[in-house]
Design a binder for this molecule. Structure first.
Ligand SMILES: NC(=O)c1ncn([C@@H]2O[C@H](COP(=O)(O)O)[C@@H](O)[C@H]2O)c1NC=O
Length: 539
């Protein structure tokens, strides 16, 4: 037998999630492996009629303190950690009656799922596994001799290896399993640490104390899928899920269509976050996204009406876009979407008829979720920069009608107020600098991602003119529209451009040193302006 092969004679199995346990345990027993297990696992294996030794027989201690202490014993950790090729280690093992454990299979207490289920503090604490990670880390350190498994897929790999190697595993397999194990325990601890930070921050907030950034931040993720490539074909990429239970593109069920690409995932995420700003209990909303920016957003009496209005804003850019709905997809909307080349559609559900309509377009990806993401739910936003990572709270800021402060001589009409708030909701999701023109529950022109705000206003104007031409309208929909700027306008020029396009109301955060100048320009043109007092930069 090669030096790289290590036979498996004894396995310790301790699993919270017992799915698939018995089949795997049986295969190991059939290959002559002796099983040792903790309470619940041992009972499940014994109940299936398989031979198993309880770990307390090894340790000489019962499981105690509500399971907080089961496997934390030198006979377990020694069995996992001793080097079989060091005389002193072998001697110590013999002296203290420590038998080798060659295979460890542990899946941990479901801490992440407990948090996701919204359980209370004590429940979450009790679901922090101590003995499991301790054993996993010990076994992973001794990869020269021990195979370590954190899930059933790992056990299957080990069994395949054993079948090919006369009951032994290869060093290559064991090292790969060790690398995976340390990522698992790191991700587990990251989830615990981040949950703890969130608890502390909530308490600080309640006590009106300053929230301090934690001195150390841990991040963990579970590979969901290797992607064909990244933003460009020469970039390798993969997508990982994090314990954050926010519904969206990663929790969605893909009903049909090709594999999602890196850009699809990113753009679909943007689309769904945007459309979720609109309460489905109010009316259906549809957003069409290209390159993570909207090219049309609308609310309608039906989702078909909303889709048509969103499409009318920029039908050229909608080609190859992502469509997001805040309500289940119905057949008439599905029919309309199939008339335009669309990459992805995401919605909180779909009717059978709508699914049947899409089935004729095999490449169109349809993603369905159980719920919309909550725009107000707190979570974190990460961005990598050279040498580190920027971490911020997700932008949960939300302005309601009563938050708006009228700063001009003319107060907005009720319709202008509605249009401004609609434009503001969209502007939050448009790359800065942005200007959004909106009228009658739909965008009329969008200017995004430009280095000058006045240029964004110009672009939005041109887009509105192009849309009018494409639709054969006598004038662009910017006549009498509301304009939104996601950050304050530093000079009157951006406002004047919007007024030239036909805007009669303007919404912006305010707070520029030249606010007075800008307000005076609005007054001169008879434009109504409101301040939100909140900015939505998106870089
Ligand atoms: N305390 C310990 O010594 C300990 N040793 C193993 N566990 C965990 O106990 C669970 C299995 O328990 P049971 O076999 O009783 O269903 C596994 O998720 C394992 O990771 C422990 N539990 C918590 O730390």
């Amino acid at each position: 037998m090669s030096a790289n092969l290590s036979p498996i004679r004894r396995a310790l199995i301790s699993v919270s999630d017992k799915a698939g346990l018995i089949d795997r345990a049986r295969k190991l027993v059939d290959m002559g492996v002796e099983l040792v297990s903790t309470g619940g696992t041992s009972k499940a294996i014994a109940d299936a009629g398989l031979p198993v030794k309880d770990v307390s027989e090894l340790t000489g201690f019962p499981e105690m303190m509500d399971g907080r202490v089961k496997t934390l014993h030198p006979v377990v950790h020694g069995g996992l950690l001793y080097r079989r090729d060091f005389d002193t280690h072998v001697q110590a093992a013999n002296e203290h009656n420590i038998g080798a454990i060659d295979l460890l299979y542990v899946n941990l207490y479901p801490f992440e799922a407990t948090v996701a289920a919204g359980k209370g503090f004590e429940d979450c604490i009790e679901n922090i596994d101590i003995g499991g990670p301790a054993m996993l880390r010990a076994a992973a350190k001794n990869a020269d001799f021990v195979a370590v498994c954190t899930d059933g897929v790992d056990v299957d790999k080990v069994i395949t290896d054993m079948e090919a190697n006369n009951g032994a595993t290869t060093l290559k397999t064991r090292r790969a399993l060790s690398a995976k194990t340390y990522a698992r325990t790191a991700a587990y601890d990251a989830a615990i640490s981040n949950w703890y930070v969130a608890q502390i921050e909530a308490e600080a907030l309640a006590d009106k104390e300053k929230i301090k950034a934690p001195a150390l931040r841990a991040f963990g993720g579970q590979l969901k899928q290797e992607l064909r490539y990244g933003e460009n074909p020469h970039q390798k990429a993969a997508v990982y899920t994090s314990p954050d239970s926010r519904p969206g593109v990663l929790s969605a069920q893909q009903v049909q269509g090709k594999e999602l690409s890196f850009n699809n995932l990113n753009d679909t995420n943007s689309a769904y976050e945007l459309v979720a700003e609109f309460d489905p209990a109010d009316r259906p909303a549809v957003a069409i996204i290209k390159h993570a920016n909207p090219c049309g957003v609308a609310v309608g009496e039906t989702s078909l009406e909303a889709y048509k209005a969103a499409l009318a804003c920029d039908p050229v850019s909608a080609f190859g876009g992502i469509v997001a709905l805040n309500c289940p997809l119905d057949a008439p909307t599905a029919e309309a979407i199939t008339q335009v080349f669309t990459e992805v559609v995401i919605a909180p559900g779909a009717s059978e008829e709508a699914i049947a309509v899409f089935s004729k377009k095999k490449n169109l990806r349809l993603l369905l979720t159980d719920a919309l993401p909550d725009p107000k739910a707190p979570s974190l936003d990460f961005r990598s920069i050279a040498g580190g990572m920027l971490v911020q709270e997700r932008d949960t800021g939300r302005i309601e009608l009563e938050d708006l402060k009228v700063v001009t001589e003319r107060a907005p009409t009720e319709q202008e107020m509605k249009d401004m708030l609609f434009a503001w909701r969209v502007a939050k999701h448009v790359k800065s600098n942005c200007i959004v023109y909106a009228k009658d529950d739909s965008t009329a022109g969008l200017g995004m991602g430009l280095v000058s705000r006045v240029d964004s206003a110009r672009l939005a104007t041109i887009k509105a003119q192009d849309a009018a031409k494409a639709a054969g309208w006598s004038e662009p929909r910017t006549k009498g529209c509301a304009a939104a700027s996601e950050a304050f306008i530093p000079f009157a020029d951006g406002l004047l451009q919007a007024i030239e396009a036909g805007a009669t109301s303007f919404i912006q955060p305010g707070g520029s040193v030249r606010d007075e100048e800008v307000i005076a320009a609005a007054n001169k043109a008879g434009v109504a302006m409101v301040f939100t007092g909140m900015r939505h930069f998106k870089h």
